[in-house]
Design a protein around this ligand. Structure first.
Ligand code: AMP
Ligand code: MG
Length: 423
């Protein structure tokens, strides 16, 4: 046996790589080169759901428009409230939501009123019906249960004329489109949808419907990407599978550059295949090839092909999702004009023991669950290999283990990033 050792390159099996970027640093580099969408359009309020608001919205009216009752009962003047015992008030009429009482209400009088109905005349207090007794059709007896000015909603209490209601750059949720409707706003200014193209690379990939010969696999990355992009409200351009062929790849890059704001590819960036992709990309644009100190998802390509932002994601199905959530999704949200804030990390005890060596940030897949005692805890899903897509499907969160972590014992506290919080 020869003593000579083979010359080794740094591989994705190594944990420390002096040339690699931390995930934070990579995201920072991505953010500094991003622009923001400037093109806007107006859409009907229902279609504005999940879109990014392109202007501040101020209230043009008071909501509610007038003082009204918060309860079913009797509208009175506070000065008619007895200090002790009871008082009998003359019933002057009724005020229903949409059918106000017109006319004066004198001292010593009351008006039957329903929730949402306009407070009649100078009345300022509502005695709820449970605290009033009907003497007959024309008289009501009240006691001392009611505080002056209670059970009344002031005009503009929810929104006053001129109030800032919704801020430019927010993604509109159901409550937001409800608020817009409450202001009578029919058309909403939003940023144009981002056009995101993607394709998969690999001679081994087959599409659904094709026969799976020996050694071939179905392309799943185009489906996870489709899912993640749909949730973000992107205009999706699925370019299919492109073979590991320099000419075909070049053609696909050029096509995407011409029709998309962003291009995502998966596969073909590992060491074995990278070289000719690198040549093509370097010729077509300004592209960085990074090694990121993370697991899964170490190789990441980012840059621009003309005006099109380009992310070259790894091929492994879990790596695609991890790098999408950690880098692409924050970037796309910024490009869409959204005011991006980083996902919330929850600190919870971990029920599993997690193996890890220092040197990389790991995104293990976990299930955050309520325990019998009501507290929350996380456990890992089964096997954590970057090809095991089931580890994502079974999970509801990432367990984020920092660079320096050397593993987790059951009961240790860990950081968890909920998938729900990732849109
Ligand atoms: P690559 O980065 O091209 O070397 O791919 C790494 C691993 O991910 C290989 O096992 C590929 O077969 C697999 N892979 C690449 N692209 C896809 C895809 N679109 N769907 C499923 N697996 C893929
Ligand atoms: Mg490949």
């Amino acid at each position: 046996m020869s003593k000579k050792q083979i010359q080794k390159d740094i591989s994705c099996m190594d944990d420390f790589d002096p040339e690699s970027l931390t995930p934070d640093k990579a995201l920072e580099k991505i953010f500094t080169s991003l622009s923001r969408m400037t093109q806007t359009e107006e859409v009907p309020v229902r279609e504005a759901l999940q879109r990014v608001l392109a202007n501040d919205i101020k209230s043009g009216i008071n909501v509610p428009s007038g003082r009204n009752s918060a309860m079913d009962g009797y509208a009175i003047h506070a000065e008619d409230l007895p200090e002790s015992g009871t008082r009998t008030l003359h019933l002057a009429g009724s005020s229903f939501a949409g059918q106000p009482f017109h006319g004066n209400v004198e001292k010593g009088e009351c008006v039957r009123i329903m929730t949402g109905a306009i407070m009649p005349g100078t009345t300022d207090t509502v005695v709820i019906q449970e605290h009033a007794e009907k003497q007959d059709d024309t008289a009501i007896i009240i006691g001392t249960d009611t505080k002056p000015c209670s059970n009344v909603r002031e005009a503009g209490e929810d929104l006053a004329v001129g109030d800032l209601v919704l801020q430019k750059g927010m993604r509109l949720a159901p409550a937001d489109i409800g608020l817009l409707a409450s202001l009578g706003i029919a058309q909403v200014p939003v940023f144009r949808k981002l056009r995101v193209a993607f394709f998969s690379t690999g001679d081994e990939l087959r599409s659904i419907g094709e026969e799976l010969e020996d050694g071939m696999i179905y392309d799943s990355n185009r489906y996870t990407l489709f899912g993640m992009l749909s949730r973000l409200g992107a205009d999706i351009i699925d370019m299919g599978v492109v073979k590991d062929d320099p000419a075909l790849l070049e053609q696909a890059f050029i096509e995407a550059r011409d029709k998309a704001d962003v291009l995502l590819t998966s596969g073909g960036v590992s060491v074995g295949e990278a070289d000719y992709v690198k040549d093509v990309l370097t010729r077509l644009g300004d592209v960085n090839f990074w090694k990121v100190a993370m697991k899964p998802g170490r190789p990441l390509t980012f840059g621009k092909l003309g005006d099109t932002f380009f992310f070259g994601l790894p091929g492994n199905p879990v790596s695609v999702m991890v790098t999408f959530y950690q880098f692409v999704q924050p970037a796309l949200r910024q490009l869409m004009g959204e005011n991006y804030s980083p996902p919330i990390l929850l600190k919870v005890p971990c029920l599993s023991s997690l193996r890890k060596r220092p040197g990389r940030v790991e995104y293990q897949r976990g299930v955050l669950e309520q325990q019998d005692d009501g507290s929350m805890a996380v456990r890992k899903t089964g096997k954590q290999g970057s090809g095991i897509l089931r580890s994502m499907a079974d999970a509801n969160c990432f367990i984020v283990l920092p660079l320096e972590s050397s593993g987790v014992n059951p009961g240790d506290s860990v950081d968890v990033q909920l998938f729900n919080g990732l849109v």
